[in-house]
Ligand binder design. Structure first.
Ligand code: NPW
Ligand code: ADP
Ligand code: K
Length: 486
């Protein structure tokens, strides 16, 4: 954002104007969201975040509110635009220790924003803890103070906001946990940045919404047939572990793949046969495995991992997949098989000429990557680093699922309800992803779409849902997608 700010100034919009617009947006949202709050306490910090706070204070006062400002640091020490904003605040300021929380009906947190450079301590930490303990509604400016907007981490005390007003674009920290929960509702305000200012910044990640991948979403063609809609082969687990692969296979079909086949040993297929109808079954004898089946050129996509096992046979089957090339979704047991050996996984993917999507949860990710990640790296950075190392699209799952590609594209999802964390949900996600890849959707778009659809399907199914309900719930979500942007 510092680069965007600088570019805006070059393009003729001054920092002072941006700050005025930022403070005005904060005042406007404060007045609209808390109509009955007469007495507003602004906590202002030593940088430009504090400057925004002074602007908001002046505007709220002019609109008829009673306003007090508690300033962290010396008024004379303020610099640049913040000093200008403070100069236009005609009233006095109080010491942080005198901040009148009992008096206030609304607290505006303008202590620290993008300039947070270390964990809060001393008077700053005390002020943040007092704000949280006050029980008063808190409106945070840009980010809740104490939150690192790049990573979503709070390394020390952090404001717990009801609403956060940020400027121009959301930052990763508004979406990555715990940041998302500390922000409350996030409102993005336009502050009059000129067209072109945004191109100054490298956008690290985008919010996972249909706009991101809708144009690449497969549409059934009127002159198409089932094989032109893609055929997915899913490796089945053994006799007593068939459920996971069946969930994945069903989901791939619901996601629009033209045909899906579960491949595995006969005892397992007998179990599948009692459950599935549209999904096809193909016996693979222990020795030949599924290599002959994958050799069929109509099968462009294979999925391995859910319930697959980690024994020698499973490893052999996985190797056959790599040798077949094509598009691959690798999940679950793959991360145990390649535990601590991500480079070797990357080499197998590359040697086979595969386009791979990996779908680990945090535990599997840690198992796969071993000690390779910086302990302070954010979820976004970790997914991007793993993706670049392995040469595959990485879907790092959780409430804030990140999709990352080797060339540095990323999406972050915020739509999955907490009750989606249930056994088998990940298998369904892997299946949706395979179903979209099979229809020719590029990996980043397919993985991002799968994650979003999965979250929406869970919302559609509602509380009490189990993984088995998700594939069917996809129907209405896909139907709404046809109705246009959500
Ligand atoms: N285009 C945009 O987005 C626009 C952005 N705008 C606004 O500008 C904000 C960014 O402003 P900013 O760069 O001045 O940083 P800010 O967050 O005020 O903090 C810096 C000060 O805090 C201090 N400090 C840091 N950590 C500390 C700690 N732990 N404990 C104690 N002190 C600590 C740090 O001191 P230092 O690290 O130098 O010792 C420095 O004095 C942004 O969030 C948005 O609100 C709008 O006005 C206009 C358009
Ligand atoms: N707290 C949460 N809120 C929302 N979604 C979650 C949460 N925790 C996990 N999920 C999602 O639930 C699914 C669980 O997948 P996974 O852990 O692989 O389960 P399984 O292996 O049993 O299928 C993933 O899609 C993940 O993103
Ligand atoms: K803040």
């Amino acid at each position: 954002m510092a680069k965007v700010d600088a570019a805006a100034v070059t393009l003729g919009v001054s920092g002072e104007t941006l700050m005025e617009n930022a403070g005005a947006a904060v005042a406007d949202i404060a007045a609209r969201r808390w109509r009955d709050a007469r007495r507003v306490l602004v906590l202002a910090g030593p940088g430009n975040n504090g400057g925004d706070g002074f602007v908001a204070a002046r505007r709220l006062l002019a609109a008829g509110h009673e306003v007090r400002v508690a300033l962290l640091g010396e008024r004379a020490a303020l610099k640049g635009d913040a000093a200008g904003a403070a100069a236009r605040w005609d009233d006095g300021v109080v010491e942080p220790s005198d901040a009148p929380f009992d008096w206030a009906e609304l607290v505006i947190d303008a202590l620290f924003g993008a300039g947070l450079s270390r964990p809060l301590d001393g008077p700053a930490a005390a002020l943040v803890m007092a704000a949280n303990a006050s029980g008063k509604p808190i409106l945070a400016v840009d980010v809740p103070s104490g939150l690192d907007g790049a990573s979503g981490r709070a390394v020390g005390p952090c404001v717990e906001a009801d609403v956060t007003v940020t400027f121009i674009r959301r930052k990763p920290g508004h979406l990555l946990l715990p940041g998302r929960t500390l922000c409350g509702e996030v409102v993005v305000a336009d502050i009059g940045q000129p067209d072109g200012a945004l191109s100054a910044a490298k956008v690290a990640a985008r919010l996972n919404r249909p706009e991101l991948w809708r144009a690449a979403f497969p549409e059934p063609r009127i002159d198409g047939h089932k094989y032109s809609r893609g055929h997915v082969a899913v490796w089945s687990g053994p006799l007593l572990a068939t459920g996971a692969s069946r969930l994945a296979a069903t989901a791939a079909l619901r996601a629009g793949a033209g045909a899906v086949t579960l491949v595995g040993p006969r005892p397992a297929l007998k179990i599948h046969a009692a459950h599935v109808t549209a999904v096809m079954l193909r016996e693979a004898d222990q020795k030949a495995g599924w290599a002959p089946f994958l050799a069929d050129r109509r099968i462009g996509t294979w999925l391995f991992g859910p319930g697959a096992g980690t024994d020698e046979e499973a490893c052999g089957i996985l190797d056959q997949g790599f040798s077949a090339g094509g598009r691959a979704v690798l999940d679950a047991d793959v991360f145990t098989i390649f535990g601590g050996r991500p480079e070797e996984l990357g080499a197998a993917i590359e040697d086979g000429g595969c386009e791979a999507v990996l779908t680990p949860h945090e535990g599997e990710f840690a198992r796969l990557m071993g000690e390779r990640m910086r302990p302070d790296a954010s979820k976004l950075e970790r997914a991007l680093a793993a993706s670049a190392l392995i040469g595959a699209t990485v879907v790092l799952k959780g409430p804030d699922t990140v999709v990352a590609t080797p060339d540095g594209c990323a999406s972050i999802a915020d739509n999955a309800p907490a009750f989606l964390a249930t056994a088998g949900a990940g298998d369904v996600l892997a299946g949706i992803c395979a179903g979209l890849l099979a229809q020719g959707m590029p990996a980043f778009e397919a993985a991002s779409a799968a994650v979003w659809l999965h979250g929406e399907a869970a919302r559609e199914a509602g509380r009490g849902m189990i993984a088995d309900d998700l594939p069917l719930a996809l129907r209405s979500v896909l139907g709404r997608l046809d109705d246009g942007p959500s």
